[in-house]
Design a protein around this ligand. Structure first.
Ligand SMILES: *[C@@H]1O[C@H](CO)[C@@H](O)[C@H](O)[C@H]1NC(C)=O
Ligand SMILES: *[C@@H]1O[C@H](CO)[C@@H](O)[C@H](O)[C@H]1NC(C)=O
Ligand SMILES: *[C@@H]1O[C@H](CO)[C@@H](O)[C@H](O)[C@H]1NC(C)=O
Ligand SMILES: *[C@@H]1O[C@H](CO)[C@@H](O)[C@H](O)[C@H]1NC(C)=O
Length: 217
């Protein structure tokens, strides 16, 4: 069973996403999940491919910030770029780019570069349709990081045809990772969640969310 360093962050984030999708969306019938409904609305079909593409669009936009898109709000600065919340400067890159020993490997904090495919570059290429799909080598750390985000968010957005879980055979994820050393502060977590909420708004979901100081490590 694979565990990611940001596992607890997933759990927290997933809980909040549940909250806001229950409250959101006037148009969507209750019988349709957010993922299925918007996959159909955005891409004209409700298939595993369009569901994955919809999840990837929201998640990559939240992380990249839409720097190549003309119609994103300036509040969307991106999880992988410096930003601010509550007048506090935030820069979460250190958790992903190896400058901080925040990944737990066999109970010791180690530094791992989770952005070894160019960080925001492949995300921007996907968002601007420069590439048809999100292109990340499947032997990279970044592929595994984002693959796990897509699985986690696919679940929280209720995709009925979710992507298969990642194979564990490649790369450092074959080690047992557990989040233990990441320990985001309140404003950092709030920034992370707010970027995801703004990215979903861009794709017409109406999020309602609250950030609670609920993350324990
Ligand atoms: C999407 O397709 C899945 C699988 O065929 C189906 O279970 C689900 O009800 C569909 N959702 C919508 C909103 O059409
Ligand atoms: C990693 O991120 C931090 C900011 O959080 C930044 O200061 C540092 O330059 C980055 N390092 C690399 C190698 O990109
Ligand atoms: C990785 O991609 C290569 C070629 O694109 C493919 O042959 C291989 O099966 C993939 N491996 C995994 C674990 O998905
Ligand atoms: C942004 O533009 C795209 C087309 O480029 C469109 O599909 C989308 O609805 C627009 N989003 C907003 C929030 O205006």
């Amino acid at each position: 069973m694979m565990r990611l360093p940001i596992q607890r962050l997933f759990c927290t984030t997933v809980a909040f996403l549940f909250l806001f999708f229950r409250l959101g969306s006037a148009q969507r019938p209750n019988s349709a999940s957010v993922c299925d409904y918007y996959a159909q609305a955005q891409f004209g079909a409700n298939t595993s491919a369009t569901q994955l593409k919809w999840i990837q669009s929201v998640v990559t936009l939240a992380f990249e910030g839409g720097s190549t898109l003309s119609n994103v709000t300036s509040e969307l600065t991106g999880i992988l770029r410096p930003g601010s919340i509550n007048d506090v400067a935030i820069d979460l890159r250190e958790y992903f780019n190896r400058s901080r020993a925040s990944t737990n490997v066999r109970n010791a904090p180690v530094s791992i570069n989770w952005l070894d495919q160019g960080s925001t570059i492949p995300l921007a290429d996907f968002l601007s349709s420069k590439t048809e799909t999100l292109v990340l080598s499947n032997t990279s750390n970044q592929y595994h990081l984002f693959g796990n985000f897509f699985t986690a968010f696919g679940r929280s957005f209720g995709c009925t045809l979710p992507p298969p879980p990642l194979s564990n055979t490649d790369g450092p994820v074959s080690l047992a990772y557990a989040h233990k050393f990441m320990n985001l502060e309140y404003n950092q977590l709030a920034y992370f969640i707010k970027q995801l909420a703004i990215a979903s708004t861009h794709f017409r979901v109406s999020p309602q969310y609250r950030v609670k100081r609920s993350m324990s490590v």
